[in-house]
Design a protein around this ligand. Structure first.
Ligand code: NAD
Length: 480
């Protein structure tokens, strides 16, 4: 069994304590590797290394930094299959999906390496005898705290932006699903970065993540994960007034109007809800279907979900694997029980597969609830699983109110053939991304980030790159 190492100061290392933790394959429940159990002392070592590397790395030209990150993208591209297979083993996502996720990491690194070359400064016309201008500088040491649902894609997005722009980084992968990030050190090792420009520290969020959030040597925290953890990080980071980029949870409405193309909506609902076993922040959490189209939509969604093949993540024909962990499987099942107890009608799934060998893994079958009402737990809280919750509405004004009635505001979608009406909806919905006749599309060029408790700041696009810079004003007096 492989024992992985952390990457600190340009060297592979064990945790200072020498401790490790077991990594489980969620499709079988078996331990497949061990990873270092880092703690505060490893964080101190990594932040110190990143601080020492900052002058050299931030002092390089933008062209040189961009070329290095571009090379990281190219080297990862050569190894997409190897990383996808590892992700399938560690995370349980089917190889076909994992392939796209590692491809997403390549795309994010590539986009950020080039986007960093387009960051502009500007002149402020105050007086003819003075020159006031501002430019952008790196922020310093960035802690990049990664969720388990799409870890390497997130590393590509956060590290691509932070590193290209001259920051140095401490990457903290999730304890479950840390292997692809640890393996990624093999690529970092090949590109001639100053030692300590990137460091990777593994261990629990409660120790490693907390130590990063409070560390006086960390200047910026870029975090993707749950809103509850985001709030905790905000509180801990306030002691040293750190810059924060927070990409948090969602309970995303999928709104079907009277004139929607129901075949298209049902097909997209199925893939958006089940891809990565529903463990995607942008997955639709609640479906608002016009009363007139409800039965038709539900019948088509059941039909579509029945075609999604649940099985072994390593089988290229599998569409959906297990949940990432036993603990998360239990959380999804808790919500299914809540739905039943609160009176929603289970019309598909709701159970584990009983056939060997899948009875040993952490699987939950595709599930649909109808008869869901606005105040049920399953309509309000993020389930993060393959569970579709279908509600109905009577009027378009009513559905806008229902969709906005939630603490989250990550994304929403509207399904209609009337694009003028859809644009009116888009303006009234309180969320960071509004899809029209689509759901779940995310790419490096698209600024991504939620309203309200779904986050602070944006990721991706040039707007996302700017989060990893700070503006400096320089005032030059021309008369002296
Ligand atoms: P999580 O909050 O449990 O963990 C995320 C990361 O934070 C992990 O690396 C974890 O170890 C670390 N962490 C945990 N507790 C910490 C603490 N107290 N201080 C610092 N770090 C800590 O989230 P998760 O379960 O890994 O991911 C699922 C959540 O992420 C969902 O809510 C999902 O919506 C959200 N998510 C959001 C986006 C987005 O772009 N908005 C993208 C992906 C996932």
């Amino acid at each position: 069994m492989d024992t992985y190492k952390m990457w600190i100061g340009g060297a592979y290392c064990d945790a200072e304590s020498g401790k490790t933790y077991g990594v489980t394959n969620p499709a079988t429940g078996e331990e497949i590797a061990r990873a270092p159990l880092g703690d505060r002392s490893d964080v101190d070592k990594a932040v110190d290394a990143a601080t020492r590397a900052f002058p050299e790395w931030s002092g390089k030209s933008q062209q040189e930094r961009s070329a290095t990150v571009h090379r990281i993208a190219a080297l990862l591209k050569e190894r997409v299959e190897e990383f996808a297979r590892l992700d399938a083993l560690d995370h349980g996502t089917p190889v076909s999906t994992a392939y796209h996720m590692v491809g997403g990491a390549v795309a994010n690194l590539d986009f950020n390496s080039q986007g960093a070359r387009t960051i502009m400064s500007d002149v402020i016309p105050i007086r003819p005898d003075a020159l006031h201008f501002f430019h952008r500088e790196p922020v310093g040491v960035c802690a990049l705290i990664i969720p388990w649902n799409v870890p390497l894609t997130m590393v590509g997005s956060k590290l691509g932006a932070a590193l290209s722009l001259g920051n140095t980084c401490v990457v903290k992968p999730p304890s479950i699903d840390s292997l692809t990030t640890l393996k990624f050190a093999e690529i970092l090792d090949q590109v001639g970065l100053p030692p300590g420009a990137v460091n990777i520290v593994t261990g629990p969020g409660g120790t490693v993540g907390t130590a990063l959030a409070a560390h006086p040597g960390v200047d910026l925290i870029s975090f993707t994960g749950s809103s509850e953890t985001g709030k905790d990080i905000m509180a801990k980071a306030s002691g040293t007034v750190k810059r924060l980029v927070l990409e948090l949870g969602g309970k995303n409405p999928f709104i079907i109007l009277d004139d929607a193309d129901i075949d298209l909506a049902a097909q997209k609902a199925m893939t958006s809800q089940l891809r990565n076993s529903g463990q995607i922040c942008a997955s639709p959490g609640r479906y608002y279907v016009s009363e007139k189209r409800h039965d038709e939509f539900v019948a088509k969604l059941i039909q579509a979900m029945n075609t999604f093949r649940v099985g072994d993540p390593l089988d290229p024909k599998t569409n959906m694997g297990p949940m990432v962990s036993e603990e998360h499987r239990d959380k999804v099942e808790y919500y299914i029980r809540c739905g039943v107890e609160e009176g929603a009608k289970l019309v598909l799934g709701g159970m584990r597969p009983t056939e060997p060998p899948f009875d040993k893994g952490f699987y939950v079958m595709p599930t649909i609830f109808t008869g869901v009402t606005q105040n049920m737990k399953i309509a309000r809280e993020e389930i993060f699983g393959p569970v579709a919750c279908v509600l109905t509405y009577k009027s378009e004004d009513e559905v806008i109110g229902l969709a906005n009635d939630n603490v989250y505001g990550l994304c929403a979608s509207v399904w209609t053939r009337d694009t003028v009406k859809a644009t009116g909806f888009a303006k009234k919905l309180r969320a960071g991304t509004i899809y029209i006749n689509d759901h779940l599309t995310i790419g490096p060029e698209m600024p991504w980030g939620g309203f309200r408790q779904s986050g602070v700041g944006k990721e991706n696009s040039v707007v996302g790159l700017e989060e990893y810079t700070q503006l400096k004003l320089i005032a030059l007096e021309l008369t002296r």
